[in-house]
Design a binder for this molecule. Structure first.
Ligand SMILES: Nc1nc2c(c(=O)[nH]1)N[C@H]1C(S)=C(S)[C@@H](COP(=O)(O)O)O[C@H]1N2
Ligand SMILES: [Mo]
Length: 311
């Protein structure tokens, strides 16, 4: 099950969740992640409507965002810049067959199929907040595994200091990749210690189903303490490198988006405040939490860094 490391990472944690077992059992078919969620002790709250619509609630007031909202309000610029149209534009995306190449400064470069990944790195449940730099947020029950597992499998060399990720380049399927406005393919990067942190996962599913195309099928990165744009979708390449890699948004607008992109309510975006956020499905704004609420887990990574300089 979920490791204690991730359990203490937020209020949306298996141990702090509470379970009404009878209500929970009612929601199993709808939720589809029965075994994992049951073991995580999440309480579904049924609203008493007909048919009942279960909502998964955690202490601290965080509620799982509905499957419908998670899969119909997306950022995926390769398909369209209109968040409400991504699902439609991406619906025919071919995420199978798929290969993920892990290479660079490693002892054992490997190319995996998705089936090999699912078999070799069993998925576990991770309920994470995702905070977009645009000041909206969602709470997602991912299935995935810690990135460090696949890194260990290829054995990084001592010279490897950063990890570079790349989205598939397939302009015939991704219409915006035909536009020269952006530096395709989408790229992201992490420092190696950030990449090795247990909270950093490669996700292959959400709500117990394979990732839908709009959320980054068949495999995407999730780094919950950083702005959503770090969580790169539909990855085909993971490269271990010695220098800090270029990233999509820090290339497009370097003055607004940096390499680190740690969620920070005290550091305003040049054009808007980051102090609050709009949780999709809610009306009142919520305060944004330092490191998106994962401060206890990740603050150590940045002790000697000025977060206003390394934004
Ligand atoms: N390849 C790729 N990955 C991407 C993006 C994108 O446009 N292209 N958008 C990012 C942004 S800005 C956010 S907020 C999250 C959104 O993830 P979601 O649509 O699954 O909620 O994906 C990130 N990953
Ligand atoms: Mo975003």
């Amino acid at each position: 099950m979920v490791k204690s490391k991730s359990i203490k990472s937020s209020e949306i944690t298996p141990e702090s969740l509470y379970l009404n077992r009878r209500d929970f059992m009612k929601s199993l078919t709808l939720v589809g992640t029965s075994v994992l969620l049951a073991a995580c002790g999440i309480k579904p709250v049924t609203e008493g409507v007909n048919p009942p619509v279960p909502t998964l609630v955690a202490q601290g007031g965080d509620t799982l965002t509905s499957y419908e909202n998670i899969t119909s309000y997306n950022n995926y610029y390769e398909f369209t810049l209109d968040k409400t149209q991504v699902a439609k534009e991406a619906s025919q995306f071919q995420s199978s067959p798929w290969q993920l190449e892990v290479y660079g400064l490693v002892n054992k470069p490997k190319t995996y199929t998705i089936d090999e990944i699912l078999e070799k790195f069993p998925a576990e449940e991770r309920i994470y907040r995702l905070r977009c730099v645009e000041a909206w947020s969602i709470v997602i029950p991912w299935q995935g595994f810690s990135l460090v597992k696949i890194l260990n499998d290829v054995e990084p060399l001592a010279s490897a200091k950063f990890v570079r990720f790349e989205t598939i380049f397939t302009p015939d399927q991704m219409p915006e990749q035909k536009s020269g406005l952006y530096p395709w393919p989408y790229q992201e990067g992490l420092r190696l210690d950030e990449a090795r942190h247990d909270l950093t996962i490669l996700a292959t599913g959400l709500y117990g189903k394979p990732l839908p195309p709009q959320d980054g099928a068949p495999i995407r990165l999730v780094v919950p303490w950083k702005y959503g744009f770090k969580s790169i979708k539909s990855i085909v390449k993971i490269e271990l490198v010695s220098e800090q890699p270029a990233t999509f948004w820090s290339t497009v607008v370097p003055s607004e988006y940096g390499f680190y992109a740690n969620v920070n309510p005290n550091a305003s975006h040049p054009r808007w405040s980051q102090a609050t956020e709009r949780r999709i499905g809610e009306t009142a704004p919520r305060p944004t939490l330092m490191f998106n609420g994962y401060e206890e887990d990740v603050a150590d990574l940045y002790v000697n860094m000025d977060l206003n300089v390394n934004y």
